[in-house]
Each structure stands twice: as C-alpha cells, then as structure tokens.
Design a protein around this ligand. Structure first.
Ligand code: PLP
Length: 469
C-alpha cells in the first residue's frame, strides 16, 4: 500500500463525525440539512490536503480533531454576518471593493425605518390607492440636476442598458472606440450593448474620435452613446468629442444621444481642491443629451442605484418599459437615496455626505488626526518598528477623477518587511478588519478614509495585531 493510501485510510468517516459529541449538538432539528453538507465539505477539504501534503503522517484521532475544529469554526462562521466591518486605511475614498460610498446617518436611519415599518413609497395616502413607487425621490433628483424628470433603477449598468435599449430599439448605436470601456470585473460596454439587441457601430480609434467620425456614422434611427472615461486617461496624440458639440450634431441630424456620466457629481468638486475634469450632472443635462445616466454610490455619495435623467416624455416611456420592473430598486434604497438627495437640497454650502466630507478634509485636520493616532499607537509598537506621520496621496476611487489624487497624511510604519506584511494580514483578519496600504516605506494608514470616531478602533486593531504571536 502506498504512503498516500495509508494516509487517506485515516480520514474520519462522515457518519463518525456526525455522531461526534462535539458535532452532534450542532445538528439539532433542521440544522442537520445544511450541517451535513458542511461536514462533507470539511472531509473533502482534508482529503485534498492529505493528497497534496508531504508532512508528518497524522493519526485518525488527530485528523478527527482537526475536522471537528473546522466544522465548529464553519458552523460559527455561518451564524455570523457574511460581511465584516472594515476600517478603511487605504486612502481610496470611494473604494469599489469596500462598499463604495458610506451613507450619512440620516440615510441609514431612513433605510432602517422603511425596512422595519410600512411606508407609502408606493401608495397614495390622499387617494387611498396605489401610487408611483419612488416618484418623490425622482422629483428631487430632477430638481437637483435641472432635468425635467428622473428614473431610479438598480445601478448605472442597468440605467445605461435601459436607456440604450429604449432609445435604440434594436437599431444602430454609435460609440467611440476610445469609450468601449470596462468597469470592474464584468461590465464591458460592448458586451452590455450587445445585450440590448442593438447594432453597435464602433467609430474612430482608441486615441482619437472626432466630430467628423460621428457625422459620417449617423444614419436614420441612430443613437449615439457617449461614455465618461471614469477609470482611465488617454494621453499624447488624442482627440475626444465633447458632449456639447455632440449634442448639437445629434440635434441637427435627428439622432438620439445617451450620455453615461459614470459618477454623477452633484457638487462642484473643484471647491474642495479636486482638479476640474469631472463635470456636474446639471452641466451634463444642460448640454442637451436626451438621456444622462449615473451611479448613486460614487461621487454622489449615496447608495447603489442608477439614475436616468431626461425629458418627461422619455422618462415616462422608460417607466412603462417592460424591463423596468426587473431593474427597480428596493424600498430601503429609495429611502436612503431620498435622504441623501435631501442633504443636497438642504445644504446651503456643502451637503452632509461622508464621501464629500472625506474629500474635503483639510491637511491641517489630517495632520492633527495622524499625529494623534501615531501618539496613541507608538507606546504599543513592537521593538524595531518606527512610526511617523508622512505625506501621502489619497485617491477618489470608484472610477471618478481617474488619475486625480489629493494630498493626505499617513501614519507610516517602517520595520522588518515580513513583520509588516504579517501585521497587515492580522489587521485584515481582525474584527473590525483594518485595511491599509503597503508602500515602499512599509505599512501605511491613510487617515483621510478613517472616520473621526474610528480612531479608537484603529488603535485597538493595531494593539490586537501586535500582541498576537
Ligand atoms: C461606474 C460606472 C458604471 C457602472 O455603474 P454601477 O453603478 O456600478 O453599475 C458605468 N459607466 C461608467 C462610466 C462608470 O463609471
């Protein structure tokens, strides 16, 4: 018999594990249905490890103990939330993988109330009859952008699909080769367009598409799509046709124009020191595109949603589109978005939205926060670690201001490279997790994306990571 067969013979049997006194109590009632599968997965995992491992031979008892421990851990994990709070030390404000924008408290409260209590989001209280879902929210979006009307859908991907599908009705859709973008892992503009059933007409080149290219491509029934280059820039010998001149051309030639604005800024970000380049939705709408679409949780600072802006006629048409229901948002989303838009309507200077507040933090405040954090951490730092407050740069993220960054302050740790990496791993595995950034000087925490009331949690996370063996 081979060594491997010997090892595998010691694998505990499923039935034995199910009867184990440490496992059996976890199998009460209906739990048995899903716990059995967990036990099978643990044994399969162990088998794979034995097949791969050349380590010391383990006895059946040792393997059983390992399996039981994994089953208990797996059981515990399934009874905890499937997500974990993260302290964002990356300096990326709208972090696509860490939940994008954080809602203001007013929006979270509104979502909570609507989630737990009945509401009139789809009911006309005066008439005592069914009302239009989300109309009040959409009115606020329209007022803030100067559009006649607005429609809220599940996300911007859905907004673009619906807008193009509705206007093109299977006809030609003209798109610059410089704007056939990919967003995130699975959103590719050419593939989305294919799914609308339109005939995609790519024009121009990667680096240059001029008005003449559009002019030559427009045919009867054509729809032109312009896409904001959210997450990349092109430099060198380039030409891009602006939205205003494109709108003029489309008007003259009777073509429809859809603009995917990406982020959806409702605030002049130049005011907080970000470079000009990202237009505001009101400007996009004013240029005369037939439909403008954007995300609700990027620069807008709300929740996952897509907003489509346009004339009353077109938005009414979209409202009755057969696919609309498939893209409609949940009541909690509507309530949260409503509260965020209300912050914009109410704020005389700056809406109280965390995304904007973080981008607006002054260097003085950041310096002060970094110094305070460093002072709290230093007494706990392991020997050989050196902490400092260092200049760094935060980025907007979320595919906004693609190449722009703002000066920030880092709590920077230098020390043995392996220790730094290990510490970062422990921080990421903590609860709440802390995600920082490894740079050439070591491990850095950008204080811009750490909320003021999270500093104690950051200290506790480091202390816990440093005190683990
Ligand atoms: C982010 C983005 C999208 C996708 O928006 P979601 O709200 O994530 O669906 C589409 N187009 C552009 C230009 C974007 O920047």
């Amino acid at each position: 018999m081979t060594d491997l067969q010997n090892r595998l013979r010691e694998l505990p049997q499923i039935s034995v594990l199910l009867d184990d006194l440490r496992v059996a109590p976890l199998m009460q009632g209906r739990k048995r249905d899903w716990m059995t599968r967990l036990v099978q997965e643990v044994v399969a995992d162990l088998r794979r490890r034995l097949q791969a491992d050349r380590g010391p031979v383990l006895t059946r008892d040792e393997l059983t103990d390992q399996a039981v421990a994994a089953i208990v851990r797996g059981h515990e994990a399934l009874l905890r939330p499937a997500w974990r709070r993260v302290l964002n030390g990356t300096g990326v404000v709208v972090h696509t993988n860490l939940g994008r924008s954080n809602l203001p408290a007013a929006a979270a409260d509104a979502a909570r109330t609507v989630a737990m209590r009945n509401s009139d989001l789809e009911y006309d209280l005066a008439k005592g009859a069914r009302g239009h879902r989300g109309r009040g929210v959409e009115r606020k979006a329209a007022l803030l952008t100067g559009a006649e009307d607005a429609l809220v859908v599940n996300n911007n991907a859905a907004a673009v699909w619906l807008a193009v599908r509705f206007l093109s009705r299977g006809g030609p859709v003209i798109l610059s080769r410089g704007e056939v973008v990919a967003i995130g892992g699975s959103f590719r503009m050419n593939e989305i367009m294919a799914e609308t059933g339109c005939r995609l007409v790519e024009i121009g080149t990667t680096n240059r598409t001029g008005l003449k290219d559009y002019d030559a491509a427009i045919e009867p029934g054509a729809t032109v799509l312009k896409v904001h280059r959210s997450n990349f820039t092109v430099e060198g010998f380039t030409e891009e046709t602006g939205l205003a001149e494109l709108a003029e051309l489309c008007r003259a030639r009777g073509a429809r124009l859809v603009y995917d604005a990406g982020s959806g800024a409702l605030f002049p970000f130049a005011e907080v020191g970000l470079p000009v380049g990202e237009t505001e939705l009101a400007e996009d709408v004013a240029t005369g595109a037939d439909l403008v679409t954007c995300s609700g949780d990027k620069l807008l600072g709300g929740c996952q949603a897509g907003i489509i802006l346009g004339s009353r006629d077109l938005i009414d048409g979209l409202r009755t589109h057969p696919m609309r229901r498939a893209f409609r948002v949940d009541k909690t989303t509507l309530a949260a978005l409503d509260a965020v838009l209300t912050q914009y309507l109410a704020g005389e200077r700056r809406p109280e939205v965390p995304t904007i507040a973080q981008l607006a933090l002054s260097l003085d405040v950041l310096q002060e926060r970094a110094e305070r954090l460093l002072a709290a951490l230093e007494p706990h730092a392991p020997a050989g670690w050196r902490g400092s407050v260092a200049p760094g740069r935060s980025s907007v993220g979320g595919g906004s201001f693609s190449s722009a960054s703002v000066e920030s302050r880092l709590v920077q740790w230098d020390g043995p490279k392996d220790d730094l990496e290990r510490c970062h791993l422990k921080l990421r595995l903590g609860d709440p997790a802390l995600v920082g950034r490894m740079n050439q000087d070591g491990l850095a925490i950008d204080v811009r994306t750490i909320a003021g009331d999270e500093e104690d949690l950051v200290v506790a996370a480091f202390v816990a990571a440093w005190s683990q063996p």
